[in-house]
Design a protein around this ligand. Structure first.
Ligand code: NI
Length: 571
């Protein structure tokens, strides 16, 4: 393991990391297990949705014959963290069956539940009618779960009566008997659950109720409730430690001893099918970790922890360049590359000024444990000897930008070319004036918004004198207005004598889908520009006349002109 990774992992810095969900209380001293018998039924799916909204878990003692009819509901209940348990295959009084038939009832049901949940496991048993004797108990190979609160919901079929039983009869440690066969049971149970939550009860599965009260849930033992003076803590949701690293963060999950952590990174709620946590992993920037810890998957799991790690960003380093030597300054560890690729934490560590040859790109970033690495800073030392922070050899406009700056047609600002910024009227006249050789203007035009000492003043005066474009009636030039594609076509056509060679306008423009959006004054110029392949980004059959020209595109037209002018015939 590289030293830096070790350093990151050992760091417990958690700057800016906050759980997005509140942690459920795990040390309540009022516990209750709500149980539903005899289902699943047509009411169970809706019940599960309501329980999920309340973020509570219950225990379902299912009949095998009904689980067989609703395998998806069994799976949904199981994946939601409820405890799945057995209520025999078809509800016989076990005391009246011989041992072989008891075993048939239990194994048949277990097989059906295993198939639905996808996991082979053992299930707690509730004997139908609560009817057990020593012989039956010896046959169960599981604890026999009875109840201390009987809502008599099967008898009353009345939600109010069910509610009253739950609220009046429940005590700490109660096991409450309900049946998810009746709408009235579901409605009364949900109202009762809301009241119990308000009263400070923590709703747990039977498995958790027994464990937290120190009962060992022994096979063949009857349990009616689980009162007790001591309450063990619930299963804590996993804690997430995340440390910023290039590309995301290294995530470490921690949970109670004896538990297994299941997690997702795609935003989905984790289930028993989710990845099992083994060792720290790289989480992409912007992704969310959701995880729960399980003592067992059948009713003994924590709430879900959900964390989207966010860290303060490092400041990008500053690159300065003097006489072929580049210096990088900034905080943290400064890593760099010279080949154009993004630096990583294993890239060379900057220690002293770097010699750069023309045509190379220096990229650097700052990293530090507990922070998101900075955005990369870049400096391209071009083949013509220009410096760019935002132009690289693989950019389509690299040659054009390099040419434009070398010819002093376009300027950089602190080595930034701003290739994607709009080309303005100032930019266009400056390029055309420069390409024309900066001739003296015989008749300077007074503008109210362009002073004589402005570098663009002479270019603007010249361009207006040449009829390339017009000023405005109010005496302004409006140098900072962005130029559209059709406006540029008109200006280039006038500047480069394209007007003398207008032909086939209708035929050329007919090939484009959006020709109707072209202004009439620009039709000939647009056709000329298409024919001369000045705009070469029209593969989609769109002229896009109102589209704004970028500085990169303006530089490309200047390069086109430079290249065309070297042809013997000119354009
Ligand atoms: Ni029953």
């Amino acid at each position: 393991m590289k030293k830096w990774i070790l350093a990151l992992l050992m760091s417990l810095v958690l700057a800016g990391v906050c759980p997005m969900t509140a942690q459920a209380a795990s040390g309540s001293d009022k516990l209750v297990a709500i149980t539903f018998d005899d289902g699943p039924s047509k009411y169970t799916d809706g019940l599960l949705d309501e329980l999920a909204e309340r973020d509570v878990v219950v225990t379902f003692f299912m009949q095998g014959c009904n689980a067989q009819s609703y395998p998806d509901v069994v799976k949904k209940a199981y994946e939601a963290g409820h405890q799945i348990a057995s209520h025999t295959y078809n509800h016989p009084q076990l005391t009246k069956l011989n041992n072989t038939k008891i075993q048939d009832q239990l194994t048949q049901t277990a097989d059906i539940l295993n198939n639905a949940t996808g996991i082979i496991q053992e299930y707690m048993v509730r004997p139908p009618y609560g009817s057990v004797n020593e012989r039956v108990l010896s046959q169960l190979n599981a604890p026999a779960i009875l109840w201390s609160v009987d809502t008599l919901d099967w008898k009353s079929r009345d939600a109010d009566a069910v509610y009253d039983h739950i609220v009046n009869d429940t005590k700490d440690g109660s096991i409450v008997l309900l049946h998810d066969l009746y709408d009235s049971s579901v409605v009364g149970a949900l109202r009762g659950i809301d009241t119990l939550l308000e009263q400070g009860y923590e709703l747990v599965t039977v498995d958790e109720l027994l464990r937290r009260r120190g009962n060992d849930a022994a096979d063949g033992t009857k349990y009616y409730s689980a009162r007790g003076d001591t309450t063990l803590p619930g299963i804590a949701a996993p804690t997430v430690e995340a440390v910023g690293t290039p590309g995301g963060s290294m995530v470490t999950l921690t949970a109670d001893p004896g538990t297994t952590i299941y997690y997702t990174t795609d935003g989905a709620t984790p289930t028993s099918q989710s990845r099992v946590y083994g060792s720290p992993f790289l989480l992409e920037d912007g992704a969310t970790v959701k995880a729960f810890a399980a003592r067992n998957l059948n009713g003994a799991r924590s709430r879900v922890t959900e964390i989207k790690p966010e860290y303060p960003h490092m400041e990008p380093p500053v690159i300065t360049f003097i006489d072929g030597m580049a210096a990088i300054t900034g905080t943290g560890e400064l890593r760099y590359t010279l080949g154009g690729t993004l630096p990583t934490p294993s890239s060379p560590l900057y220690t002293q000024p770097i010699h750069m040859t023309p045509g190379t790109v220096l990229k650097a970033l700052a990293t530090q444990a507990g922070y998101t690495p900075s955005l990369p800073s870049a400096l391209y030392y071009s083949t013509r000897g220009n410096l760019f922070t935002d132009v690289e050899p693989e950019d389509w406009f690299c040659e054009a930008a390099d040419n434009a700056v070398s010819q002093e047609l376009m300027l950089t600002e602190n080595h930034a070319f701003y290739p994607e910024s709009p080309a303005t009227r100032r930019d266009v006249v400056t390029v055309l004036y420069g390409l024309a050789g900066c001739p003296e203007s015989s008749s300077p035009v007074p503008f109210t918004d362009l002073q004589e000492d402005d570098p663009a003043y002479h270019a603007a005066s010249w361009a207006i004198g040449q009829g390339i474009l017009s000023g405005y009636a109010d005496g302004t030039f409006r140098p900072d207005i962005a130029v559209t594609r059709e406006q540029l076509a008109v200006m280039l056509c006038r500047a480069w004598n394209g007007s003398r060679d207008i032909r086939d306008t209708d035929k050329i423009l007919g090939a484009f889908d959006d020709v109707d959006s072209l202004h009439n004054y620009a039709r000939d110029a647009a056709a000329w520009a298409v024919r001369e392949e000045i705009f070469d980004d029209m593969a989609d059959k769109k002229l896009n006349p109102a589209g704004i020209v970028t500085r990169a595109q303006l530089a490309a037209t200047a390069l086109w002109y430079t290249a065309s002018n070297t042809k013997p015939d000119g354009i």
